[in-house]
Design a protein around this ligand. Structure first.
Ligand SMILES: C[S@@+](CC[C@H](N)C(=O)[O-])C[C@H]1O[C@@H](n2cnc3c(N)ncnc32)[C@H](O)[C@@H]1O
Length: 240
């Protein structure tokens, strides 16, 4: 299914196509169901947890991220694994009312929290979908973002997601990925590892280490930078 956002939305304002299984393996779907339940529960206290974990109570990191992106009024931007939609409002400020902001996530709990934040903006659309199967037409978007979530996507899911991101981006479009660097503070570092290992995740650490290489396989250019706080790293990847 190829979907033009803005159509078919249910009364919740969230388009639910999260149970598509088109090209996904049985293992992927089982793992997805488990992770989705986990995030449905986590959605209730996710924002407070992140504020403590990242020390970013005012959402400054996300504002800085959006400002670095170079969005223009009228652009179309997709935030994958959008969670509670913390990035969507700042993206919206950059693209304006003529632009279009899309957020996808597989957890309805997270999307409901995102909807509560963004309901007053008709050009912010939320879709329940898997990052490995983006329900959008090819070469329609100026930018795709992924904030503090790429480590979630492992192995085949990650590879499919990057192919999908590249497919939906216009020529010259960019994928921006922001991720926590390992925290320096002992307690915060403990929470960071707790979260990583709650995913069963020696693999996740391996991904964190090799992500630059993975991006280089999928994009024409890759630049790594860090936020001013030094707590998060940002990869800017451009499609040829
Ligand atoms: C750690 S949260 C990050 C949320 C948000 N981007 C932020 O900056 O706070 C990770 C999110 O990724 C979503 N997620 C994980 N794997 C996914 C997948 N394969 N497809 C869609 N969403 C996924 C989870 O439901 C969760 O909301």
């Amino acid at each position: 299914m190829q979907h033009e956002p803005g159509h078919d939305e249910k009364s919740s304002g969230i388009l639910a196509i999260g149970n598509r299984t088109g090209t996904l393996s049985r293992a992927h779907i089982m793992s997805r169901n488990f992770r989705r339940k986990y995030y449905d529960i986590f959605s209730r206290f996710y924002d407070s947890f992140v504020a403590l974990h990242s020390g970013d109570r005012g959402g400054v990191i996300r504002e800085e991220f959006s400002a670095k992106i170079g969005l223009r009024e009228g652009d179309s931007v997709l935030d994958i694994c959008t969670g509670t939609g913390s990035l969507l409002l700042s993206l919206h400020r950059h693209v304006g009312v003529e632009g279009r902001v899309l957020g996808i996530d597989f957890s309805m709990g997270m999307l409901q929290a995102a909807k509560a934040k963004t309901a007053s903006h008709p050009n912010i659309h939320l879709v329940q979908a898997d990052a490995a199967e983006l329900p959008f037409k090819q070469e329609k978007l100026n930018l795709v973002t992924c904030s503090h979530a790429f480590y979630e996507l492992k192995g085949d899911t990650r590879d499919k997601c990057l192919r999908e991101v590249s497919r939906v981006l216009k020529v010259g479009g960019r994928f921006l990925m922001m991720e926590h660097d390992v925290p320096k503070n002992f307690f915060i570092r403990f929470l960071f590892y707790l979260r990583i290992f709650s995913m069963g995740s020696r693999k996740a650490l391996a991904i964190l280490k090799s992500e630059e290489m993975v991006f280089r396989e999928s994009f024409a250019s890759v630049v790594r930078t860090t936020t001013e706080t030094g707590r998060s790293k940002i990869f800017i990847c451009q499609k040829a």
